[in-house]
Design a protein around this ligand. Structure first.
Ligand SMILES: C[S@@+](CC[C@H](N)C(=O)[O-])C[C@H]1O[C@@H](n2cnc3c(N)ncnc32)[C@H](O)[C@@H]1O
Length: 283
């Protein structure tokens, strides 16, 4: 039986609403530079086969398609891929990464940014992504850890509390859908447990100020999740006030940490263990 919006399981930001374009614009502005720099570190180049799941507006898949051209290809998947512009070398597919199969041992590079933390089945999906890698292939996962993101400058104490209430309510909504807002910190260990090696986690924080894409994303969430935030206890006047606060040029807060984590599938699935030196001398 359906309970309330706040208890409704599943991805809380559906991808078929007017607010999605703004969400994709903010994600691109806030994170593409970091994501592209990390992807470049893998050496991705002409001829590689890449997969991005939950590709949203498609900016990461587009960047990859340019890098692997003319001989490589990129498969970009999404629940509803209508936002992704076509280009040579890029195949876009409607796909649910939880329930639909993926090709195995097929990709040199697999990317998932801000997808798994929303999915209750994130560990099973991680296993699927690992199996999609060719031996030696790289996985890059980027996720938030929202445990620490305090307001730093607000007009008054009440505004600071209101901002914290908005964030806490948003994460309650996410958890009710099976999401884990702190999954970012768990990604390195989960990747190792899934059989990857050379785990390389990089945390990043920034300031959220009026007009910045990071704060724009929070503002967008107040609209995108409006019904769910209200079902979870926020009032419309509170939402109006927190929106005004996030448009106030004097407002400043710390962002959550975003972890960019890379790992590599071993050449053979028998783990690449360090060889123990043989004991010399008499036994
Ligand atoms: C927060 S957005 C991130 C979009 C994009 N990866 C980015 O960082 O710009 C999460 C995306 O995951 C997609 N998504 C959620 N559940 C999914 C599923 N089960 N299978 C495929 N995509 C999914 C959503 O449609 C949405 O576009």
């Amino acid at each position: 039986m359906r309970q309330s919006l706040a208890d409704d399981p599943g991805y809380v930001f559906d991808n078929d609403r007017a607010h999605n374009e703004e969400q994709h614009r903010c994600l691109t502005g806030a994170y593409d530079a970091m994501t592209f720099q990390r992807l470049a570190e893998t050496g991705v180049t002409a001829g590689w086969h890449c997969l991005e799941i939950g590709c949203g507006g498609g900016s990461v898949a587009q960047w990859l398609a340019e890098r692997v051209a003319p001989t490589g290809r990129v498969l970009a998947t999404e629940l509803n891929p209508r936002h992704v512009p076509a280009r040579p070398g890029l195949v876009v597919e409607a796909h649910d990464v939880v329930t639909d199969p993926l090709p195995e041992a097929a990709f040199d590079l697999v990317v998932a940014r801000l997808v798994l933390q929303h999915l209750p089945e994130r560990l099973a999906v991680l296993g699927k992504l690992v199996r999609a890698l060719k031996p030696g292939g790289r996985l890059q996962i980027e996720e938030f850890d929202t445990a620490y993101e305090p307001p730093l400058l607000t007009p008054d104490e009440e505004s600071a509390r209101l901002y914290e209430t908005f964030l806490a309510t948003k994460y309650a909504v996410m958890r009710a859908g099976g999401g884990d807002p702190q999954w970012g910190r768990r990604v390195p260990a989960a990747m190792r447990a899934a059989g990857l090696v050379d785990i390389d986690p990089r945390p990043r924080v920034e300031l959220r100020t009026a007009g910045s894409p990071g704060l724009g994303l929070q503002l967008n969430h107040t609209y995108h999740l409006e019904d769910r935030l209200i079902a979870a206890g926020m009032t419309r006047p509170q939402l109006d006030r927190v929106r005004a606060l996030m448009r106030d040029p004097s407002f400043c807060a710390v962002s959550s940490v975003i972890y960019s984590v890379q790992g590599r599938r071993p050449q053979a699935d028998v783990a690449e263990r360090p060889v123990r030196p043989r004991r010399e001398g008499p036994r």
